[in-house]
Design a protein around this ligand. Structure first.
Ligand SMILES: Nc1nc2c(ncn2[C@@H]2O[C@H](COP(=O)(O)OP(=O)(O)OP(=O)(O)O)[C@@H](O)[C@H]2O)c(=O)[nH]1
Ligand SMILES: [Mg+2]
Length: 340
């Protein structure tokens, strides 16, 4: 096991440093307060020292240590919360170890503990799609790419008063072009079909008046294959292009992490998270924020265009994760509805 020590002014900063340097697989082994600096005992600063290690497959001893730690009432509540969200064992163990350390610093309130555990372990950033002129959306089949494009376009046209156009690269599915054309008619904006990269370049030039061009792509199984080589090269070359990957929050986190890995992370500007309404628990969101550094662009919450979309900030995303779901049998269920 590779062992490293981290010292920082707060527990959260130390945990963040571990995640950045050792990645999400790092296991927290030990923590203590240390005094640094000062002069003959004056002006000393209290710092937090955490020892962390990269787990090797054969040794699960340290990970198991969390199971034998006696849990406080707050930690039991957190453990139940994470289990109800369906969080995988590895992530749960690390969150519980952080909770144990944070509670030792005198936290007695559950919301504060949860907030500090989440904010120190998750990489939560937000970035609205549409900063660049060409907005590509890619992702697995049927996640809601085309519907989200219509919602985003509506926002840009009516709220931000931008001139928009649609281009679809989805010539694979017969109804795909019609679907986008229908949205184009409703929004009164041009819709084009690009059959290859040259078409795409030409159409983008033809639409010189458009402030923003939404480019829809065909859904594909990204567990099997990555972005097409042509599209990847185009995105890398085009300064004015950004790609958002659409993923369903109702899908399994482990699959979504693999899908993200199938893209060249350099070209992903952010994630669009769809179908929040189709799941009772946001465990997938928590695991995504634990494993990736990608900004969240928007979240969709239903089939209605244009209203079922929101642009949560960091605080709102953390707030959603703080909602405890009911036990399967309904007993001792605690609902703290997140503000929509
Ligand atoms: N419940 C729910 N359904 C959604 C949401 N977004 C889209 N849908 C529905 O999901 C279905 C597929 O939506 P599309 O926009 O066609 O999905 P797509 O990713 O473009 O599909 P392909 O182009 O075939 O890969 C439609 O029935 C949409 O109404 C959402 O946030 N919640
Ligand atoms: Mg589509």
């Amino acid at each position: 096991m590779k062992i490293r020590q981290f010292v920082a002014p707060t527990m959260e900063q130390a945990v963040k440093a571990i995640r950045i340097e050792l990645g999400t697989e790092a296991v927290i082994l030990h923590s203590r307060e240390v005094k640094t600096g000062g002069w003959f005992g004056f002006f000393e600063k209290t710092q937090y020292q955490i020892t962390a290690g990269m787990e090797v497959k054969e040794s699960t001893r340290e990970v198991d240590s969390i199971k034998t730690l006696s849990k406080s009432t707050l930690q039991k509540r957190l453990s139940a919360h994470l289990r109800q969200m369906g969080i995988s064992e590895g992530v749960r163990n690390n969150l519980m170890l952080t909770a144990n350390m944070i509670e030792k610093s005198g936290i007695t309130n559950y919301s504060t503990l949860l907030n500090r555990v989440l904010s120190s372990n998750l990489h939560v950033t937000c970035k609205r799609p549409g900063e660049k002129r060409l907005l590509f959306i890619a992702g697995p089949t049927g996640v809601g790419k085309t519907t989200t494009i219509a919602k985003l376009a509506s926002e840009e046209i009516f709220m931000n008063k931008k001139k928009a156009a649609f281009i679809t690269l989805d010539t694979y599915r017969i109804a795909a072009v019609d679907q986008l054309k229908r949205y184009g008619e409703i929004l009164e904006i041009p819709v084009h079909v690009a059959y290859d990269e040259f078409d795409l370049m030409r159409l983008c030039e033809d639409e010189a008046d458009a402030d923003i061009i939404f480019i829809d792509t065909a859904g594909r199984n990204y567990l099997e294959t990555g972005l097409s080589a042509e599209l990847l090269a185009y995105l890398k070359r085009k300064e004015q292009a950004e790609l958002f990957v659409a993923l369903s929050l109702a899908a399994k986190a482990s699959d979504l992490i693999q899908i993200i890995d199938s893209f060249d992370s350099e070209v992903i500007a952010g994630l669009i998270l769809t179908k929040k309404d189709e799941t009772r628990s946001l465990g997938t969101l928590l695991e995504l924020l634990y494993h990736t550094n990608l900004p969240i662009g928007c979240v969709t919450t239903g089939q209605s265009v244009p209203e079922d979309i929101c642009f949560p900030d960091e605080a709102k995303l953390l707030n959603w994760l703080s909602v405890e779901v009911a036990n399967a049998n309904g007993s001792s269920a605690r609902f703290e509805r997140a503000e929509e």
